[in-house]
Design a protein around this ligand. Structure first.
Ligand code: LHQ
Length: 263
C-alpha cells in the first residue's frame, strides 16, 4: 500500500497535519486535498483538540499545486483553474481561517505558490531560517491565489505585496519575520523544539477565548471601528460565560497558575 499523502497525528490536545509527498516537495494533488478535508472533518468535531499544527515532511513545506496533477493538465484544451480553486483551495483556506482553534504553521523548508498562501492563512507561522517563501505564480503566468492577495497586503503592506508577487523572488525567513509576514524565524535545529513548546502552550490555554480572539481579529479587516466595538462586546459576553474565564480570575486572585480546560 502507498504512503498516505497527509498524516494526521493527535496527541495531548494537539492535532498535527503533515503534508507527506516529500519527493515532490509536498506539492498538492486532488487526492491530498481529499485527505486534508477528512483530517479537518475530524479536527472540527473533536473538542479535545485545542491547537492544530500544519507542517511538511522532508526538505520542503509545500511547493503549491502539483503542476503535473490531473487538475492542471491541459491536453490541448483550456482548463478551468478557477474550478480547482473553488473545489479544493478556497474551502481549505476558509476552513483554516475559521477554525476556532489556533492553527500554527511550521514552515520547515520552501513554501511556494499556493503552499506560501497556505502558510499565510495560518494564525502563527514559525519558519526555519533556511526556509524560503516564493510567490511563484508570476513564473507560470498565474495570479496569486488561496488568499494570497488578501493576506499579503494586510501583513506587509501594498508596496511589499506588489514587489513580492510581481518579482516572484524567494523571501528568506528572516526577511519574512522583519516584514511581519510571519511570527518568527528560528534556527533550523531549533524549529522542532520551538514548535513543540508553542503547541504545548497553546493547547493548555483558554481555547474558547482564543477562538473568539481569532474570529475578532480576522473580521476586523472588514469592519468599521463601531462594528468592531460591537463585535468585541458580543464576543466578550460569550467569553465571560466560560468555565475558563472563572478559572482564570480565581487563579489570579489566589496567586496560582490557572488550569484551563478549553471550556
Ligand atoms: C513539483 C512542484 C510542483 C509538481 C516541485 N508540482 N512537482 C492552484 C490550483 C489552481 C490553479 C492554479 O494555481 C494554483 C496555485 C499554485 O500553487 S500554482 C504554483 C505552483 N507552484 C510552483 O509554481 C512552484 C514550482 N516549484 C518550484 O518553483 C521549485 O520546485 C521550488 C522553488 C519550490 C523548489 O526548487 P528546488 O529546491 O530547486 O527543487 P526542484 O525544483 O528540483 O523540485 C524537486 C522535485 O519536486 C522535482 O521533482 P523531480 O522528480 O524532478 O525530483 C520537481 O519537479 C518537484 N516539484 N514543485 N508544484
Amino acid at each position: 500500500m502507498s504512503e498516505p499523502t497527509i498524516l494526521l497525528h493527535i496527541m495531548d490536545g494537539v492535532a498535527t497535519i503533515t503534508l507527506n509527498r516529500p519527493d515532490k516537495l509536498n506539492a498538492l494533488t486532488e487526492d491530498m486535498h481529499g485527505e486534508l478535508e477528512r483530517a479537518l472533518d475530524r479536527i472540527e468535531i473533536d473538542r479535545a483538540i485545542r491547537a492544530v499544527l500544519l507542517t511538511g515532511a522532508g526538505r520542503a513545506f509545500c511547493a503549491g499545486q502539483d503542476l503535473g496533477d490531473r487538475a492542471m493538465v491541459t491536453e490541448g484544451d483550456l482548463i478551468d483553474l478557477g474550478d480547482t480553486l473553488e473545489r479544493f483551495y478556497n474551502p481549505l483556506i476558509r476552513r483554516l481561517t475559521r477554525l476556532e482553534r489556533p492553527v500554527v504553521c511550521a514552515v520547515n523548508g520552501v513554501a511556494a505558490g499556493a503552499g506560501a498562501s497556505l502558510a499565510l492563512a495560518c494564525d502563527i507561522v514559525l519558519a526555519a531560517r533556511s526556509a524560503r517563501f516564493v510567490q511563484a505564480f508570476a513564473n507560470i503566468g498565474l495570479v496569486p491565489d488561496s488568499g494570497g492577495t488578501w493576506h499579503l497586503p494586510r501583513l506587509v503592506g501594498l508596496a511589499r505585496a506588489l514587489g513580492i508577487t510581481l518579482l516572484a523572488e524567494p523571501i528568506t525567513a528572516e526577511q519574512a519575520e522583519a516584514w511581519g509576514l510571519i511570527w518568527r524565524a528560528v534556527d533550523d535545529d531549533r524549529l522542532s523544539d520551538e514548535v513543540n513548546q508553542l503547541m504545548q502552550r497553546l493547547s493548555t490555554r483558554a481555547t474558547y477565548g482564543l477562538g473568539l480572539t481569532k474570529r475578532a481579529l480576522r473580521l476586523s479587516f472588514n469592519h468599521s471601528l463601531d462594528q468592531q466595538l460591537e463585535l468585541e462586546r458580543d464576543l466578550q459576553r460569550q467569553a465571560g460565560h466560560t468555565e475558563d474565564y472563572r478559572e482564570g480570575v480565581a487563579a489570579f486572585l489566589a496567586r496560582r497558575e490557572p488550569t484551563f480546560r478549553g471550556r
